[in-house]
Design a protein around this ligand. Sequence first.
Ligand code: BG6
Length: 503
Amino acid sequence: MQKPQNCILTIFGASGDLTKRKLMPALFDLFLRNFMPEKFSVLGTGRTKFSDDSFRESMLEALNKYYSKQKVDKSMVAQFLKNIYYLPTDSKNEKDFEKLKSRLDELDHQVQSNNNYIYYLATSPSLFETISKNLGNVGLQLQGDGTSWKRIVLEKPFGYDLKSATSLNTNLLKNFTEDQIYRIDHYLGKETVQNILALRFSNGIFEPLWNRNYIHHVEVTAAESIGVEDRGGYYDTSGALRDMVQNHLLQVVATVAMEPPSKFEANAVRNEKVKIFQSLSPIDPENVVKQVIRGQYLPAVIKGEKIAGYREEKGVPGNSKTETFVAMKFYIDSWRWAGVPFFVRTGKRLPTRVTEVVIDFKNTPHSLFRNEQTSSISDNQLVIRIQPDEGISLKFGMKRPGTGFNIKTVDMDFHYSDLGTDSLPEAYERLLLDCMLGDATLYARADAVEACWEFVTPILESWQENPEIKVHGYPVGTWGPEIANDLFVDPGECWYNPCGELV
Ligand code: BG6
């Protein structure tokens, strides 16, 4: 495995939750696995007045709390923390970027990073443009004669709708070039999302079946058992469609649906994905109500405990109409997928946490063993479990032992854990490493982000303009509003609900 060149990673918004929960544990794990550069520094920055030492203390606490793979080894953590620094800055203050530049110069000298810098914007999206502009003002985006590199990593959301996303991209491009911009979609860093590519493109047996001739429909479910927790304020301005579908789930759809790229390289892969986004069949305003179901969780008592409904959550207005659940049906206008419905749903406070892709194959042309009622339902499903218990399961029909000829669906299962590897790398580890290596394959490109917004924005507008489109209530711990099953048309068909514990 290639080791990244020496570099300095500056984290804006370093006192925030993302740094503690995700970035530091990921960097520490890369450090333990010897994937960090020979020499590196992590420079946290933000308005909180930490010193280097107090920031290290805070990061040590975070590692003890959020690094879950193994017990934090004291001597390793001490070595890791020696590379961590902090500089208080206000991202809106241009002068502070001069300070940042000088501090980076000092660190550069120390770690011989050859001016290879990554800027990670773990801040509110309202600061993205300001930070990139201020970096540009002091020349911190310049890559010299091409021997050093500068990369900027942005957390979602990239925009709020098509217009704001386009404007964000245009403004970022005033200071950085597209190949310097790394838009993180942590779903792409998930091992099993990458495994969809391996499954499809390293196995000859699936390719002939992977199209409208053999696939009846595709389902993608991302269920969460948690509610909005302490993110009510943010979530209420977002909702499930923006928070999960526009980015993560459409990326999963593209991974399932894309054509084979000519090579496994960032632009080749992303070119194929963008074609899928551009081929998403627009949902006309009059069809929004039929093709997209929105819901919101209602209070319920689970195992004797009352669980709050969405409108009772902190930061959420008592009359909020924001959706915490969305289920939709759409098509991809392409030769491979013409007429194959894609069903995508996500929600908070569902019975379990699971993300799964289900490929439902068509039934046999003539049914020998089934009764009329169920004859349209096939026994063949390929279930790709993205999380937890990552794996793949193929379902098929077998004769039930005994008299008669009754068919029972059985599973052929593969669990990642059977490979006997250590725990799977966290998405952020993979993505941070790729960024240090300059590999943007698993990052979202501007045109892809815009194409996804182009598909999603008319739905949001339709909801905005037609408040009579119902936000269906669903009690905590259920699979969302029942009406979401009406998206299926064939008799007997409904969502594939993975079994799971109630919240
Ligand atoms: C984030 C969303 O991007 O993804 C959250 O903002 C959501 O609302 C999270 O909970 C889900 O990620 P994961 O990795 O837990 O499936």
